[in-house]
Design a binder for this molecule. Structure first.
Ligand SMILES: [Zn+2]
Length: 256
């Protein structure tokens, strides 16, 4: 079972998720590692988070503003300072061509080496959780934006010819909450920061101690599969044949 060593310095990382708080909850430990390694983080949220409350005094408009403020605070705890909030309606997200175009725009603008997003193939998470349909839709749109749309100059020609956004090849994709993991990132050093970041989403948290223990429990469970105390699990996909070759060569050099 592969344990990620590749949290080393690299290019920008774009996290594409459905709602404010998804990034911290699911991959916060890994994002903090990347930020510590000097990588620029860009967090993209497809929906405005307008449905995420049980508070009858809180209307959608105020909630959207509040959640963006919470997201900025949470992201900066991890080391993310670039945020993109797309305006799609919470709980109604679909992997449309319009969403794909919006994501291609951000990929071409920020030119990430790495994209991290939900695994869109997941409907059920273990025996106790159903995957949120927005999560699936955001993952599907993100993958379609990475390949082939961001790469191909004649896809969404208006992005190139009107907005001047050149095509871009993303090198690698990390699918979070995957059907089956092939890579584990050790988050022992960043789990506390992940929890601290998550707790910035005050409007979403009823019981901070319960949230913290839940995150520890998830991290331990993921870690157990890779003999780590705490981890985040991914299905890792490397899209760049030259990068794969470099990795193989450096692995054989290390062995030799
Ligand atoms: Zn979510």
């Amino acid at each position: 079972m592969a344990v990620a060593a590749n949290v080393t310095p690299g290019g920008p990382v774009m996290a594409i998720f459905a709602h404010p708080d998804d990034a911290e909850f699911v991959v916060g430990g890994t994002l903090a590692h990347w930020a510590d390694a000097g990588r620029r983080l860009i967090c993209v949220f497809c929906t405005n988070g307008s449905k995420g409350t049980q508070d009858p005094t809180l209307g959608s408009e105020r909630l959207v503003k509040l959640r963006q403020e919470e997201q900025r605070a949470a992201g900066s705890t991890l080391g993310c300072h670039d945020f993109v909030f797309l305006p799609y309606e919470d709980a109604m997200l679909e992997p449309t061509i319009a969403l794909r175009r919006d994501l291609v725009r951000e990929i071409r603008r920020y030119r990430p080496q790495t994209v991290v997003c939900f695994d869109p193939r997941v409907y059920v998470l273990d025996d106790t959780y159903l995957q949120h349909p927005d999560h699936r839709a955001s993952g599907e749109a993100a993958l379609a934006a990475v390949y082939p749309a961001a790469r191909d100059r004649l896809t969404f020609p208006e992005l190139l010819f009107e907005e001047g956004l050149e095509p871009h090849n993303v090198e690698e994709v990390y699918l979070a909450l995957p059907v089956q993991a092939n890579l584990y990132v050790d988050i022992g050093a960043t789990l506390d920061r992940k929890i601290e970041a998550m707790l910035q989403h005050r409007s979403q948290i009823v019981d901070p101690a319960r949230t913290a223990s839940l995150l520890r429990e998830f991290a331990e469970r993921a870690g157990a599969a890779a003999n780590l105390r705490s981890a985040e699990a991914f299905h890792y996909v490397n899209l760049d044949p030259e990068a794969r070759l470099r990795q193989t060569q450096s692995a054989s050099t290390q062995k030799g």
